[in-house]
Design a protein around this ligand. Structure first.
Ligand SMILES: C[S@@+](CC[C@H](N)C(=O)[O-])C[C@H]1O[C@@H](n2cnc3c(N)ncnc32)[C@H](O)[C@@H]1O
Length: 216
């Protein structure tokens, strides 16, 4: 089920200009059948990097580096993006794209399981983009909040999961109920976690924006 109609998504994409490199990386993602964000979500990520004056950014789920390019391109020269990816060949594609963009000193990929690696990295991060394995969403949340600086932003993709998280609305074939349940659990936690203020945006497949309260 489309959260946003294809016509409106197409219209929104006409309002976002992107570099020829981003165009090519998006086309590569489509060719390789990678589930990457669209340009409207990319512009949202870029906007939030600027709004938070982010210097330290963490991403879970790199794929070929498309969303990472949106995040890294507006970081200051001494800013850092660390992105975590399980698949070595996808990580290499992303690294090649960072080099092509001249961002290789700002953006890096750690290869491995995010459930393990997030306990090996130190924060604080100004912004975290969570877009990895949906089944891991609930187990990652507490650590991700701890890695955020007070006032920092956690952005999570696919929180509406094609409408599957709405009880009784739609049931797509070839969808693991495990993923749907994990996202629904995660959304409830985002909504009720006393450390966070969360807004759920019905953009593309649903994007949650959570601010870690300054005092928590
Ligand atoms: C939705 S894609 C990321 C798309 C990317 N953020 C973008 O929009 O350009 C999710 C990625 O997470 C990776 N992934 C899956 N399980 C993972 C795990 N346990 N640890 C780290 N990465 C994982 C997948 O290989 C896949 O490339």
């Amino acid at each position: 089920m489309d959260i946003v109609t294809p016509e409106i998504e197409a219209y929104l994409s006409t309002l976002v200009t992107r570099s020829s490199l981003l165009e090519r990386v998006a086309a590569e993602g489509a060719r390789l059948d990678l589930p990457i964000i669209d340009s409207a979500v990319g512009r949202l990520l870029e906007t939030m990097v600027m709004a938070t004056s982010a210097r330290n950014v963490l991403e879970i789920g790199t794929a070929n580096g498309y969303s990472a390019l949106w995040l890294a391109q507006s970081l200051p020269a001494d800013g850092r993006l660390i992105s975590i990816e399980l698949d070595r060949s996808r990580a290499q594609l992303a690294r090649d794209h960072f080099t092509e963009a001249g961002l290789e000193n700002r953006a890096s990929v750690m290869v491995g399981d995010s459930a393990l690696l997030i306990h090996k990295i130190a924060g604080p991060f100004d912004l975290i983009f969570n877009d990895g394995d949906k089944r891991q969403y609930p187990q990652l949340l507490d650590r991700l909040v701890k890695l955020l600086r007070p006032g920092g932003v956690l952005i999570t993709d696919n929180v509406l999961w094609d409408g599957e998280v709405v009880p009784g609305l739609v049931s797509l074939p070839n969808r693991s109920t495990e993923e749907t349940k994990a996202i629904a659990t995660y959304n409830q936690r985002l909504a009720t976690d006393a450390r966070l203020v969360t807004s759920f945006l019905p953009l593309r497949d649903g994007v949650a924006m959570s601010i870690r309260k300054p005092s928590r």
